[in-house]
Design a binder for this molecule. Sequence first.
Ligand SMILES: [Ca+2]
Ligand SMILES: [Ca+2]
Ligand SMILES: [Ca+2]
Ligand SMILES: [Ca+2]
Length: 246
Amino acid sequence: MSKRQRIRRYVLAATAVAVAATAGAALASPAAATAPAAVTSDLDDDGYADLAAGVRDATVDGSTKAGYVNVVRGGPEGLGAYGNTRISQARPGIPGVPEQGDRFGAAVAVADMDHDGRDDLVAGAPGEAIGSRAKGGAATLLLGGPNGLVGRYGEGHSVAYQQDTPRVPGVAEAGDAFGAAVTTGDYDHDGTPDVAVGSPGENGSSGGVRVLPSASVDGSCTITPARLVLASPTSALTYGKTLSSH
Ligand SMILES: [Ca+2]
Ligand SMILES: [Ca+2]
Ligand SMILES: [Ca+2]
Ligand SMILES: [Ca+2]
């Protein structure tokens, strides 16, 4: 079986697991609409798709709802027998620290951003405070290495973005919830994945999406209801609350 066939097979298997988990949550709680995000791809380049599940409401180092991303390794038997890794802001090499309400992992997306053959992961933390601005939000790009998203010393290799990052459009304001949704796609068809980050709380909850070409702040742009000339663009559309592309 080729690597690509194996990946396809285990993406299907992992998707079924993710769907089953969500269905279980739906039975257990009416809050299923806020079930953690989950994506699959090969994060350690071993030919088997891995599952990245956001656990945004988890307590980390005593901080409630700080959140983490749980990466479950795939293998010949699928998921569940090959270990899992928790990735939070408590790890060295990942910007920020776990704080109450960060909700790191509220959204996750995967693509090979740096063309090294290993998939990388973008995680949103819409509750991250930016300075004194509560819930301004942030998104973190975690780069995959030979051991996956965590290095041999438990460290991450990552870069964080928020609206106060130079050349990222907009200004971080309280309640923007930048990072509430993330997705990737090669929107300009230049061969390199681009990152889109939703900030549904922007402009009185009209909302918006920041696009980072090739995961870079250079050339980043903003999609808003007003720019798209949507109906009632200044009303509380929460544009960008969910995102998907491929
Ligand atoms: Ca793998
Ligand atoms: Ca934080
Ligand atoms: Ca990569
Ligand atoms: Ca591109």
